[in-house]
Design a protein around this ligand. Structure first.
Ligand code: NZQ
Ligand code: ZN
Length: 389
């Protein structure tokens, strides 16, 4: 096991009716906030009215900015920064999913910065200050509610880039599983794939003697595998929604990654796909991850045998471990298909004419490699895209 520091300061307020506490939780930090949200699901569900009332009752003044879209855009972030400066806002409340939260985090680092906020996503600078961000989560998926990351898309160049820095972890995250009852089946499934991917990015490691975190990862995966089909059958199954929501957060608050090196190549590749084609992140991962597995499993067959056996209950073929490993990969593809996700780029609507461009952008023309488990060059990324065809 590697040395590590684990500190996650996000206060989690979890359970039924917890969204009614948003005013009280926010008032602990600020008396005037930017209320940031997405394309309108919170208005349809009634959450918007409840949040506004709770803030009002707690004496918190509200300035609003809606319209954060899936794969949130730099343009709205820039608008948010100007708005916060103009209205002298010192706190951002994000009500929605990963896209809204990531957009809020970007605004939060942009407000106190003299330069262009894209510098932080382009690797030209590291933010030293950020406004605090609070969250009311409506979809378990990205884990942004307690992660130190934000992913923003710049339409200029179709670039989707991430920033990871401790100062953007939200100060609180309110998580009421009932708020997720209204999620369309496809979004529920995309969220599940993202959560599984966050776990698997940590699970496939070269670090040895990580038994405890291996077991945590396996428990997280098994919890998603058993509860998501139950939700798809009965969207208002509170207990199943609660399980998935909690795993979703812990899967990306880095507990599962303590003491071990992660991989993250599948995420990097997916970001190239959604940067150009604007696909749902989870759907992109359902396509990329199994292809990545096929490309790299020979690097450590034993780890893939463990994955197949412990997560998917595949009986180990000791005479042919490769067959066991491949069966595990087949099972995850089968699972994604069973919950309505694409497993090929064609199903995702991505043609092969831009594979080379994506492979090149992913490694910045082989200036870097991607992935910790196996270090991938541009030609490997191209092969993975071809396997996902
Ligand atoms: O915009 P609205 O109208 O709210 O609709 C959203 C959106 O269309 C809808 N939705 C959310 N909650 C709902 C709901 N519809 C009905 N009922 C509800 N309760 O769902 C759609 C997807 O929302 P989005 O926020 O885009 O989903 P998600 O949480 O999956 O976020 C995806 C973004 O997060 C990034 C992804 O790259 C992507 O841009 N990620 C962020 C990470 C982080 N910050 O740590 C890590 C991840 O790996 C990921 O890269
Ligand atoms: Zn993700």
């Amino acid at each position: 096991m590697d040395n590590f520091v684990f500190q996650n300061p996000t206060k989690i307020v979890f359970g039924k009716d917890t969204d009614l506490q948003v005013g009280e939780q926010t008032a602990l930090h600020a008396k005037k906030v930017l209320l940031h949200y997405g394309g309108g699901s919170i208005k349809k569900s009634g959450l918007y009215d409840r949040v506004k009332k709770s803030l009002n009752d707690a004496g918190v003044e509200v300035v609003e900015l809606g319209g954060a879209q899936p794969n949130p855009r730099l343009k709205l972030v820039r608008e948010g920064i100007l708005l916060c400066r103009e209205k002298d806002i010192q706190f951002i409340l994000a009500v929605g999913g990963g896209s809204v939260i990531d957009s809020a985090k970007a605004i939060a680092v942009g407000v106190p910065y003299d330069g262009d906020v894209w510098d932080f996503y382009d690797g030209k600078g590291t933010p030293q200050k950020a406004l605090p961000v609070g969250v009311v989560l409506t979809i378990p998926a990205a884990g942004s509610e307690s992660s130190p990351s934000s992913v923003i898309t710049n339409d200029d160049g179709a670039l989707k880039r991430g920033l990871t820095v401790e100062i953007i972890r939200p100060v609180f995250a309110i998580m009421n599983p009932v708020l997720t009852f209204t999620l369309p089946a496809f979004q529920t499934a995309c969220g599940a794939a993202d959560i599984m991917a966050h776990i698997m990015e940590r699970y496939f490691t070269n670090t040895e003697h990580v038994e405890f975190t291996d077991r945590l990862c396996e428990a997280g995966l098994k919890t998603i595998i058993s509860n998501v089909p139950a939700i798809l059958r009965t969207p208002e199954n509170y207990d199943a929604r609660a399980e998935v929501m909690w795993v979703g957060s812990v899967a990306h608050n880095d507990l599962f990654g303590t003491g071990r090196e992660g991989d993250w190549a599948s995420h990097m590749i997916e970001h190239e796909i959604s940067g150009i084609y604007d696909v749902a992140h989870g759907a992109g991962l359902a396509v990329v991850f199994p292809a990545w597995m096929k490309h790299v499993y020979a690097h450590n067959v034993q780890r893939f045998v463990q994955f197949a056996h412990r997560v998917w209950n595949v009986e180990i073929d000791f005479g042919n471990p490769e067959a066991t490993a491949l069966e595990g990969i087949r099972r995850i593809e089968q699972f994604f298909t069973s919950i309505g996700l694409p497993v090929t780029l064609a199903q995702l609507g991505v043609k092969d004419d831009r594979y080379a461009e994506m492979a090149k952008k992913c490694t910045q023309g082989d200036k870097f490699t991607v992935g910790g488990f196996v270090k991938l060059k541009s030609k490997d990324v191209h092969e993975i895209l071809t396997l996902a065809r």
